[in-house]
Design a protein around this ligand. Structure first.
Ligand code: ADP
Ligand code: MG
Length: 260
């Protein structure tokens, strides 16, 4: 049984003018436990909509989303979300206190939560920054602390919505490498959303390509048979890049045409 199943999911938004917008329709997808799944699609195709429904922040208009065979009915600690911005850290708490926050809420004893928080700060390479406040840290560091904070809660699944989009190119490449290492170590199931082909081929074990909206769904899924550290200049990497590019090219053109 897959960990997550989207079955014929549909989401329709009603605008303030009372007009319906069919963002996604007949969206079906299975995600296996332990896999790193990238969902790729042009801007506005409905990626965030899909993630928010799986997170339980919004209900589908039709169809169903199952996790472990049970319908998703609301938000849960099982499904931790990392958004694009890096502003969800508490400014009055230090890095380590931010990472500990969820554990404190769950009344995990102090010594144990410190130890767990340190382990995850270490995993994201920020042991030395534990006592700093968010205002003293760079955007990349803050994003790493957000990731450490969700990992400390040991979720079944990580939902990441373009988490590195706001970072500069060098920091982004570094963060991708780090996330790949973390995933190798932890094997937490990841749904990673991006509009960037390079990022998808760098991170994904499988890449689901979405069509342009309205009524977007999954156009196809590409298996990426690359393991360990991936090299953007390898022929196999470039072959996957081309394959995905060929799938998404027309969708990007359609998305641009729609918003003209
Ligand atoms: N709350 C909302 N109300 C109305 N329309 C929305 C709402 N959220 C998203 N949409 C529309 O649904 C489509 C998909 O949005 P979104 O899921 O954010 O796309 P993506 O994340 O792929 O850029 C867009 O056309 C967007 O304008
Ligand atoms: Mg989005």
């Amino acid at each position: 049984m897959p960990l997550v199943s989207f079955r014929d999911v549909e989401k329709t938004y009603r605008s303030l003018q009372g007009v319906d917008y069919h963002a996604v329709e007949h969206f079906s997808l299975d995600i296996e436990a332990g896999e790193f799944f990238c969902l790729l699609g042009p801007s506005g195709c409905g990626k965030t909509t899909v993630l928010r429904m799986l997170a339980g922040f919004e209900a589908p208009t039709a169809g169903e989303i199952l996790m472990d065979g049970r319908p998703v009915t609301g938000a849960s600690r099982d499904r931790a979300v990392v958004f694009q911005g890096d502003d969800s850290l508490y400014g009055w708490l230090t890095a380590i206190e931010n990472v500990e926050f969820g554990l404190r809420m769950r009344r995990v004893p102090k010594a144990e939560r410190r130890e767990r928080a340190m382990r995850y700060l270490d995993l994201v390479g920020l042991t030395g920054q534990a006592q700093k406040y968010p205002a003293e840290l760079s955007g990349g560091m803050k994003q790493r602390i957000q990731i450490a904070r969700v990992l400390a809660n040991e979720p079944t699944m990580l939902l990441m919505d373009e988490p590195f989009a706001a970072l500069d190119a060098q920091t982004r490449a570094l963060m991708q490498e780090e996330l790949a290492n973390i995933w190798q170590a932890e094997r937490t199931t990841v749904l990673f959303i991006t509009h960037d082909i390079d990022e998808a081929v760098t991170l994904g074990q499988r890449i689901g390509v979405m069509r342009a909206g309205p009524r977007s769904g999954v156009k196809g899924v590409v298996d990426v048979a690359l393991n360990g550290a991936r090299n953007r200049t390898d022929d196999t990497f470039l072959a996957y890049y081309r394959q995905v590019y060929a799938m998404i090219r027309d969708e990007v053109a359609a998305a641009i045409a729609r918003t003209r």
